[in-house]
Design a protein around this ligand. Structure first.
Ligand code: DGT
Ligand code: MG
Length: 438
């Protein structure tokens, strides 16, 4: 509120300040007619940012900190999109109404004619003595009794059609069977795995895809080793690691964990041994504590804090208004990308997995924090094989083995030194990122 006031005092048009984590805010600017006006407003905001202080509830003054989000020239696109949906909706409704109108008059006219026909014909029969008054009254009241249910039936048929269209969708989801399930003869392995991961000539294609995304992948990660996977975007890194917890099954070849084909294991036992921090971080609408200890109510507060420290998240969490009890919203709204990644890393570690898989988990954190994370990953107090997808040489440099994936194939593999000596893709990456001739 205070910050919004300060900003409005500077005549910034229609800005809303929304709370974001500790004392950071995001501002959305809108209602600017030209880019120049907007740029002027941004300049003013930058001035405010460097020269103003906000008073917090406790009476402290802190420099204003906020980030800006603005979109220029996207309004037309959004309006067009909205228009298209609205037009489609109204057209469908019109069509329904027209169909209804073209039948409704006939049905109603026919229905309303019936009592007149009844009266005329019945009257004639009574006059001719073919029908007594009593019989006529009984007959006509029976007709009335039948008429209403008949009408209702029409409405019900209408509702039924709508219901069956909707229920078909619900049923489809309700009765869908997961394709990947335990085999009846799946092995029972209720122990902690050693953490060996092996790919044997693995090829893979998505069911709805038209091309294989992985070709003939073979490598071994021995217990305790760190394997780094690098490669251009879309080369198949995420697809590759998803085969380990058996989210998908290879189309050819085998994925082995502790020398056993993952297809022969019980899914719960396999996945219990794997800690996975996905590329697209999903936080639950829960406290930070609940997000880290997700699904494990036996995890103590101290342990949660320990894992937060490992993932270099402890510092920013304790700075938040309610510390570990801060609720983070739907998909982690209110946290920055790097903060979300660190919570997701803490969650993956909290399983104390035998196999830790990190999919680009430190891409949004700064170099210094990344260094801390790397240090603590080397000091974990449980044995763990690490498979790390990363873009930065600083992350992959100390791995026992680096795999370079190009178009779904392993094009280079070896240690940092070996790959640099090879003068291939990795070598050029090193040059690009360090700016040095190596
Ligand atoms: P990244 O995360 O941008 O660095 O890229 P990668 O290396 O993780 O790429 P990945 O494994 O997500 O995608 C490899 C290829 O597979 C790419 O051409 C997109 C395609 N692909 C990914 N997910 C799916 C999916 O669910 N269905 C289909 N049909 N194709 C997918
Ligand atoms: Mg990926």
């Amino acid at each position: 509120k205070k910050i919004a006031d300060i900003i409005n005092n500077f005549g910034i048009k229609s800005s809303i300040a929304s709370r974001q984590g500790g004392d950071e805010f995001v501002l959305f600017l809108y209602g600017y007619d030209s880019e120049e006006e907007l740029m002027k407003a941004i300049e003013t905001l930058q001035y405010i940012q460097s020269n103003s202080k906000a008073t917090l509830e406790k009476g402290l003054t802190v420099p204003l900190r906020f980030s800006l989000g603005y979109a220029i020239a996207k309004e037309d696109y959004e309006i067009e999109k909205f228009d298209k949906c609205s037009v489609e909706f109204s057209q469908t409704n019109k069509k329904t109404a027209l169909t209804w109108i073209s039948y409704f008059p006939y049905i109603e006219t026919f229905a309303n004619l019936m009592p007149i026909v009844l009266l005329v014909v019945g009257g004639l029969f009574i006059m001719n003595g073919q029908l007594t008054m009593g019989e006529y009254v009984a007959f006509s009241s029976l007709i009335w009794a039948v008429q209403n249910p008949m009408r209702m039936l029409g409405n019900i048929m209408n509702e039924f059609q709508r219901f069956s269209a909707a229920s078909e969708k619900v049923m489809e989801i309700y009765y869908s069977e997961p394709k990947i399930v335990d085999k009846p003869e799946a092995l029972d392995l209720p122990r902690r795995f050693r953490g060996k991961v092996e790919f044997k000539n693995v090829s893979f294609q998505y069911e709805d895809g038209n091309m294989p995304v992985l070709h003939n992948i073979s490598f071994v990660a021995n217990p305790g080793e760190t394997i780094a996977i690098m490669g251009e975007t879309g080369c198949g890194k995420t697809s590759l690691i998803q085969l380990i917890p058996r989210f998908y099954e290879p189309t050819e070849g085998e994925v082995l964990v502790d020398d056993i084909n993952v297809n022969d294991m019980k899914l719960t036992q396999l996945r219990k041994n794997i800690g996975l921090a996905t590329q697209d971080v999903l936080l639950y609408s829960d406290t930070i504590d609940g997000n880290i200890a997700y699904g494990d109510s036996s995890l103590t507060k101290e342990e949660v804090e320990k894992f937060a420290k490992y993932s270099a998240a402890a510092k920013f969490i304790t700075k938040m208004p309610e510390g570990y009890d801060t609720i983070v919203g739907e998909r982690g709204v209110g946290l920055s990308g790097g903060q979300k990644q660190r919570i997701s890393l803490a969650r993956a570690l909290a399983v104390k997995p035998a196999i830790l898989i990190l999919d680009d988990t430190t891409s949004a954190v700064d170099m210094e924090t990344e260094k801390q994370i790397q240090h603590s990953l080397n000091e974990l107090d449980f044995p763990c094989t690490k498979i790390i997808i990363a873009q930065r040489i600083s992350t992959t440099k100390f791995a026992d083995k680096i795999l370079i994936i190009q178009d779904g194939r392993i094009s280079e593999s070896g240690t940092h030194e070996e790959l640099v000596a090879k003068k291939g893709y990795y070598h050029s990456l090193v040059q690009l990122q360090t700016g040095e001739e190596v």
